[in-house]
Design a protein around this ligand. Structure first.
Ligand code: GAP
Length: 567
């Protein structure tokens, strides 16, 4: 702590700034600075010096924190390499280090179950949602989209059964105190997944967040933050059917936020309190067969019967699941296969997927039959996507409670309430995790992480480097960036550090292509493109760059055939 002292020598005043320090148990005073001859001058100077000391201290602490953070990251980094088996915590640490995902409100300690997406995370998430939308809506004639509100008339949730039946049982393990939720009917039959201990019943809870609509308390109404996007599709069903001039079978899709006040949010993005869903309600006449081909894609199948008989899952095609009557309805088998193919088409690892049927007591209040698309996360096989046969449950409920007729005309000109035989319902955050896990490789030769994200998902489509800092090369690089950004691609311009370091930086964030402008570029008007996954390089004319890159991103051309291979 610094303080001002006045010394009078020969009847003249001199002001100094002193500081006390405890050294070997004794307090020693040290003069830090001379402050002048007047009190006013001394006070002003002292303030300036003390402020500077404070800033220097903060800077030192900042450097210390950063180096500790780095050591912590390096520790994780090495563990990742050594174990070659990435845990969910390793993934969370990687996502934070690289700017994909942070704890929400991290500088205040975060809030369990809430996450913020950083500059790369938001790009990956947007790309992923766009791919889902393209696959399910844009590329199909019979599916259209909506965007409903997060808060709606609470009667929606009363009619859908969410107020009365969207209820779980809060339990705590008597042995390890693990808090979790189970289905009401499971109490006494299931045990702690961490230690096998018995559960203590802590009572029922409804995970819907409540809120008051209206600023004056007495006049406000109690409503809910939507726990699923599906209900707004059902309540808008008739409008959309009329306006979009749809004919059965047809689908209505939606991507948007959902909220659940989970008892114990955990496993990074896997179980959050605020998340996004990509949902499709596919309406059919239950009398009508699926008109689309069910293909030969193979997957591990784990039916309710197999689970009850304690058998292992069996690999078979979706076609076979129908033939063997493991999946009963053709529409269900069709959409399960489509959802699996969506993931595989974006480079997810097929061997980490399986479909599992819900057992008797596991089904939601609205479901006749449910199959989950499951993924092998580091913490086990878990639900990635729920696909319930909701029958006409929801439309019937809303018709009954709203007294609005929701029937539509089928092919025979009969009025019917269509069925939702399969409702692909995918959490964005869980899909995000799948693509991160399946693209995460450590390259021993390069000695760095290579995030092999599908180019369509990659947050940065290309990085552009002038090989050295030279104005001619920099000008070419900048004009290339400008041109490529016209395609609505996220392009990075990077001129700092060695070329190897720049490659490594981009490998780690999944940039599929690095474009280098070198000495020959000026003369020949060409550049090299380096492929992230193979490190091979091709040389192409700058005038062709935009087209070639588009074809590469869309996987319409093999890398080596897209230009002249650099040997
Ligand atoms: N409309 C049906 C429905 O909401 P669900 O199985 O409860 O069904 C669908 O949820 C999907 O939403 C899940 O398969 C999962 O991908 C995602 N999801 C559900 N709860 C989640 C949570 N707490 N955190 C992250 N994603 C979640």
């Amino acid at each position: 702590m610094a303080f001002i002292v006045k010394k009078t020598i020969n009847q003249k005043d001199y002001y100094y700034l002193n500081e006390n320090n405890r050294i070997d148990g004794k307090v020693k005073t040290k003069t830090i600075a001379y402050l002048g001859k007047t009190k006013k001058e001394a006070g002003k100077k002292a303030k300036e010096i003390i402020d500077k000391i404070k800033i220097d201290k903060m800077k030192k602490q900042d450097i210390k924190n950063k180096s500790e953070e780095k050591t912590e990251d390096n520790k994780n980094f090495q563990e990742v390499n050594l174990s070659n088996n990435l845990s969910i915590e390793d993934m969370a640490s990687f996502c934070k280090r690289k700017g994909f995902v942070y704890r929400s409100g991290d500088i205040y300690g975060g809030l369990a179950g809430f996450w913020d997406f950083g500059h790369l995370g938001v790009e990956l998430k947007n790309n992923l949602k766009r791919e889902w939308w393209n696959f399910h809506v844009i590329k199909r004639e019979e599916i259209v989209g909506i965007d409903g509100s997060i808060i709606t008339n609470p009667r929606v949730w009363e009619s859908s059964g969410h107020v009365a039946s969207f209820v779980d049982l809060a339990v705590v393990c008597k042995r390890c105190e693990n808090k979790t939720k189970i289905d009401k009917h499971e109490f006494g039959n299931v045990f702690c997944e961490k230690c096998g201990g018995e559960f203590e019943n802590k009572g029922e809870f409804n995970p819907m967040f409540t809120t008051n609509v209206g600023p004056i308390k007495e006049d406000s109404i109690l409503s809910y933050l939507r726990p699923e996007t599906a209900q707004l599709i059902f309540t808008n069903f008739k409008f959309v059917y009329d306006n979009a001039r749809l004919k059965l079978p047809f689908g209505i899709a939606q991507i948007g936020k959902a909220f659940r006040n989970e008892l114990s949010p955990r496993d990074f993005l896997f179980r959050c309190r605020e998340f996004e869903q990509m949902e499709l309600e596919y309406f059919v006449d239950p009398e009508e067969k699926c008109q689309y081909e069910i293909g030969d894609a193979k997957i591990l199948v784990y039916s309710a019967e197999m689970q009850e008989k304690k058998q292992e899952p069996i690999e078979m095609s979706f076609k076979e699941t129908l033939k063997k009557k493991i999946i009963i309805t053709d529409w269900h088998a069709y959409w399960l296969e489509q959802e699996f193919l969506w993931f595989i088409g974006l480079d997810a690892n097929p061997s980490k997927f399986r479909i599992r049927q819900h057992i008797k007591n596991e089904k939601s209040h609205y479901a006749l039959d449910t199959w989950d698309l499951e993924y092998k996360f580091p913490f086990g096989w878990k639900e990635l996507q729920g696909m319930a046969n909701r029958t006409d449950f929801d439309l019937k409920q809303h018709q009954e409670h709203s007294k609005v007729n929701l029937e539509i005309i089928n092919k025979e000109n009969k009025k019917i309430l269509p069925h939702v035989v399969c409702e692909p319902s995918q959490g964005v955050e869980r899909a995000f995790l799948v693509f991160m896990f399946d693209s995460y490789f450590y390259d021993d030769k390069r000695k760095n992480i290579v995030l092999k994200l599908h180019p369509k998902l990659a947050p940065v489509k290309a990085a552009v480097f002038p090989i050295v800092k030279q104005s001619e090369l920099e000008n070419i690089a900048e004009s290339i960036c400008k041109k490529l950004r016209e395609e609505d691609w996220n392009i990075v311009y990077d001129k700092s550090g060695s070329i190897g370091r720049r490659y490594a930086r981009n490998d780690e964030i999944g940039t599929p292509y690095c474009i280098t402008i070198d000495g020959d570029s000026f003369k020949n008007k060409d550049v090299t493109i380096r492929d992230r996954d193979t490190t091979k390089q091709i040389r192409i004319k700058i005038s062709e760059l935009r087209n070639v890159l588009r074809m590469l991103i869309n996987r319409e051309v093999d890398f080596e055939k897209a230009g002249k291979l650099v040997q």
